[in-house]
Design a protein around this ligand. Structure first.
Ligand code: SAM
Length: 328
């Protein structure tokens, strides 16, 4: 039913145009945010193009440096040394160049490196929420787009969506902007906005009267820069690498923290979403821990938000959760 609250919205944002059914991926549970083992999601979204193991020699033809990280698995098959962050960065680069036709993509060594297949699952979950709608009239807001610009790239290349990407980090915005600039088509479809306040999510970056079909977010999870730096350092030390400016601990640590960590980020996002309920179709975010769903449920209760759901992503044998809700 089209209600008065839809007045003034562009047709594609009118509430009644959204389906409540999940086309391909079962929600973990709607209406109550407890994980339910009986609706365990499939390991990869059915529409994800990366179902088969990667052909590493073919990818090394695109990015030759990838061959430096080839490993023979105990059963003799060729794999990649995934423990090396640089191997993952080069693999992503090869996938983005070969499969998405990018001319240029790179991020500083040591910066948060997105796994393309996993990030793509979230994009397909969004496509399900939007009933598979494609094209430039669909517009998303990527909160914390990072240096990699990964969600806008995948969303635009897979579905032709337009994006506004936000970030608090100047270096990330600079790198993301260079990626967009060097790839024909991306700069037209993606614009970047600096979030000047680390404690704000939608305030400052959603303009008056502006509408988005969805928001997407892989939130920062540490509660302080020091905690993020310590975790990054531990990881690198485990790999036998000493801290060095080229490994850019600071860069990664800066990407991974928010005041109060992920729980407070989630609380702030839900609280702020109330004021933008008429400007955004679906608010969504990744939730790293099952326990955080309870936090969301409490916030939804306080805000009077009743239309929400959790959608499972089963990437890499681990359950991840996309939390999605709509304003009143
Ligand atoms: C976990 S990273 C995700 C980066 C990228 N989207 C990805 O999935 O690889 C979180 C990002 O959020 C940014 N960030 C932190 N607080 C933010 C805020 N209040 N608004 C926008 N971005 C923020 C960080 O700088 C970082 O780039």
């Amino acid at each position: 039913m089209i209600t008065n609250t839809n007045q003034g919205l562009p047709p594609h944002l009118i509430r009644s145009s959204y389906s409540h059914t999940m086309a391909t991926l079962p929600p973990i549970k709607c209406g109550s945010l407890q994980d339910n083992k009986t609706t365990r999601p499939p390991p990869v979204h059915p529409n994800n193009r990366y179902h088969s193991p990667h052909d590493f020699p073919a990818l090394a033809k695109v990015v030759p440096a990838l061959a430096d990280y080839f490993l023979k698995a105990p059963d003799g098959h060729l794999t990649l040394n995934f423990a090396e962050p640089d191997a993952v960065r080069l693999l992503n680069k090869a996938l983005l160049l070969r499969d998405y036709g990018l001319k240029h993509w790179d991020i500083p060594a040591g910066n948060l490196c997105p796994g393309v297949p996993g990030r793509l699952d979230y994009i397909h979950v969004l496509a399900d929420l939007l009933d598979g709608k494609k094209g430039k009239e669909i517009k998303g807001l990527d909160v914390g787009t990072g240096a990699s610009l990964i969600y806008p790239i995948l969303g635009h290349k897979e579905f032709g969506w337009r994006f506004v990407g936000t970030d608090v980090d100047d270096t990330s915005l600079k790198v993301a902007s260079a990626i967009a600039k060097f790839n024909p088509g991306l700069a037209k479809a993606i614009s970047l906005r600096k979030q000047p306040d680390r404690t704000a999510i939608f305030n400052n970056v959603i303009h008056e009267g502006e509408t988005f079909d969805f928001t997407i977010c892989n939130p920062p999870f540490f509660e302080s820069a020091a905690a993020a730096a310590a975790a990054a350092e531990k990881k690198w030390t485990k790999l036998g690498k000493a801290p060095s400016p080229t490994l850019n601990f600071g860069g990664q640590a800066n990407e991974l923290w928010a005041p109060g960590g992920e729980p407070d980020f989630l609380r702030r996002m839900i609280r702020e979403s109330v004021a933008f309920g008429q400007q955004v179709g679906w608010f969504t975010t990744l939730v790293s821990k099952k326990g955080y769903l309870k936090i969301a449920e409490v916030e939804f209760g306080k805000a009077g938000i009743t239309d929400y759901r959790v959608i499972g992503i089963g990437q890499g044998g681990k359950i991840r959760r996309v939390l999605a809700w709509r304003g009143k």
